[in-house]
Design a protein around this ligand. Structure first.
Ligand code: HEM
Length: 274
């Protein structure tokens, strides 16, 4: 398995962990299938499962670069290709399951993609991910040169399309897609701030956590307002009512602050002398 090795030919532990980790949800899905644990509509359940894991894997892929920089672990960067290709594999399963759900009527599939905006967006994201996966071999990286980086920057647009598809297809409670959008604000914000300041200090990371959370709240507020016409202030202030549930903005803030705490602990750890 050459994709699990480093350039030197040695096995790469981080690549192996990323590969096994990406495979686990698939194995879990097979297990649920075999044990009849997918409820009355197994195909629909699998469409949701594979969609969720595509989003999670894209987000994890995008988290690798910040993690490698914050914790000064450049080896982590080796996992990006495995994780990116795994997200493409899950999206193909998602699409295939959708086609299965449509009883392989490809004309219906095509017209649904054209007519339903959330499917159009999903399809564009799928084509984008397919292009990135197809150009992720060493040969393609060499052949494409600088154009490779330009193409692979499309992952940011793909992630935004994926978040929009997730949000649009959710019928009632949009907590999950809002949470994922909030985490995406952090991941994109990190890149913007890192370009500006190069070295991300704990103050920068704290500001990023607050900004990502502060963008999450209005996204949720406007979403519910335009969907259900509930007054803006009522939805916004629900963020500060903890008796029923904790709104996504707080989870985004907590995740961002958890990064700050981990980064601080990492910087304080005793250094081993060479
Ligand atoms: C990168 C591309 C895509 C991503 C990341 C993605 C992700 C997702 C996610 C996260 C969900 C919701 C899962 C849940 O609610 O738990 C979902 C639902 C769904 N997606 Fe996608 N998807 C993509 C492309 C597509 C494409 C191309 C199609 C079909 C043409 C499609 C069809 C659907 C359908 C039918 C649902 C369920 C909607 C419902 O239950 O009413 N998706 N997708």
């Amino acid at each position: 398995m050459p994709f699990l090795r480093e350039r030197s030919g040695a096995w790469s532990p981080v690549k192996i962990i990323a590969f096994i980790g990406s495979l686990l949800p698939f194995l879990w899905l097979i297990y649920r299938n075999l044990t009849g644990d997918l409820g009355p509509r197994p195909v629909t359940e699998m469409i949701h499962f594979t969609g969720d894991w595509t989003v999670r894997l894209i987000w994890i892929t995008l988290a690798v670069t910040p993690a490698a920089r914050i914790f000064k672990q450049p080896r982590l960067l080796l996992t990006r290709r495995t994780l990116g290709v795994a997200s493409a594999a899950y999206i193909f399963m998602h699409f295939l399951l959708y086609i299965t759900d449509q009883k392989f009527q490809l004309a219906t599939v095509a017209s649904e993609i054209v007519l339903r905006f959330y499917l159009t967006i999903g399809f564009v994201a799928l084509v984008g991910l397919a292009a990135l996966a197809a150009t992720s071999t060493d040969g393609m990286i060499r052949r494409m040169g600088a154009r490779w980086n330009t193409l692979h920057n499309a992952i940011y647009v793909i992630a935004m399309l994926a978040a929009t598809h997730f949000l649009l297809q959710t019928k009632n409670d949009v907590s999950q897609p809002i949470l994922m959008s909030g985490l995406l604000f952090w991941l994109l914000g990190y890149r913007i701030m890192q370009r500006r300041w190069r070295e991300m200090t704990l103050v920068h990371l704290t500001a990023l956590a607050v900004i990502a959370a502060a963008l999450t709240a209005p996204l949720e507020t406007f979403w519910y307002h335009f969907r259900s016409n509930v007054p803006l202030d009522r939805i916004f202030f629900a963020n500060f009512d903890f008796s029923y549930t904790i709104r996504p903005m707080w989870w985004v803030l907590a995740s961002g602050l958890a990064v700050v705490v981990l980064a601080a602990l990492w910087r304080l750890r005793p250094q081993t002398k060479p």
